[in-house]
Design a protein around this ligand. Structure first.
Ligand SMILES: C[S@@+](CC[C@H](N)C(=O)[O-])C[C@H]1O[C@@H](n2cnc3c(N)ncnc32)[C@H](O)[C@@H]1O
Length: 261
């Protein structure tokens, strides 16, 4: 009988293949099977050995080609077959990536596993568009929230805490619910002038960003057509973008889709 294999849950980072960690690149390069998500780029998959099996279990919003329980079963089955599996996820496996659900399943079945972190989209996007997530005097903390809940259940967030003007708010998967998110924040007292940046395809050559404010975000979004993942950064720190991007522009040539003040 073949000895049991192992599963490494690997963060592929926000998109730019150069933002992959060395440890992640080594794990990919020694994988026998790669089970990967939609946001993992071809350039990163190309690091796998030519003979490695590649299994796409990517999901789109409202559309789950491979249900999570089947992904869990697949990982267990592959490892039981003695395979060295890399489970490759966009960003970081433990930030809105269901990495912990998969780790719990592997643990339950006694499959050895390891986690390799990745740069999450918030950090990738922030650096790429020159917006710090915290800054003395502007933000004492940062919160990552999901703008999309399970099976389209209503958004159940700590709205009062999120409306704190000293907190930078990063919204993942928020595009379809951004109207509700903005309304709730404004109702709880976050200023309409609070700057916001929406970043589409952060760190990739197709990156686009939209600078706006809470009060005008909904209208401004209707002037752009984003394709691919979008992340919102909301808070006073966004006001530093115009200053920092002047010197950072050589490295972060981000075309501004529109600028509204
Ligand atoms: C299911 S979550 C996965 C997050 C991932 N685990 C991470 O740590 O970044 C997918 C959401 O992450 C955000 N996202 C991921 N990559 C992005 C990118 N390159 N640009 C903008 N947003 C991104 C988007 O909000 C997208 O809807």
């Amino acid at each position: 009988m073949k000895p049991i294999g192992k599963v490494t849950l690997v963060g592929a980072g926000p998109g730019d293949p150069e933002l992959l960690t060395i440890k992640a690149a080594k794990a990919i390069a020694s994988a026998e099977v790669i089970v990967y998500d939609r946001l993992v780029s071809d350039a990163i998959l190309a690091l796998a050995p030519a003979g490695a099996a590649r299994i796409n279990v990517g999901k789109r919003p409202q559309h789950h080609p491979v249900p999570q329980h089947e992904i869990n079963d697949l990982l267990v089955r592959l490892a039981r077959g003695g395979r060295r599996v890399v489970r490759l996820k966009g960003g970081d496996p433990f930030v809105f990536g269901r990495g912990s659900e998969e780790a719990l399943e592997l643990q339950y079945h006694g499959i050895p596993f390891a986690i390799i972190p990745g740069i999450t989209a918030a950090q990738g996007a922030a650096a790429s568009v020159c917006v710090p997530l915290t800054h003395r005097g502007l933000a004492t903390g940062v919160r990552y929230v999901t703008g999309h809940c399970r099976e389209d259940a209503g958004l159940d967030l700590d709205w009062r805490g999120l409306a704190d003007h000293r907190t930078t708010l990063v919204v993942y998967m928020g595009l379809s619910n951004i109207g509700e998110i903005v309304t709730r924040l404004l109702d709880l007292g976050r200023a309409a002038t609070t700057p916001v940046v929406a970043v589409n395809n952060a760190t990739l050559p197709e990156e686009r960003c939209l600078l706006s404010t809470l009060g005008t975000l909904h209208a401004d979004l209707s002037t752009v057509s984003f394709e691919g993942p979008v992340l919102f950064i909301i808070g006073e720190v966004v006001s530093l973008q115009s200053v920092l991007s002047k010197i950072g522009a050589f490295a972060n040539e981000t075309p501004l889709a529109a600028v509204a003040q």
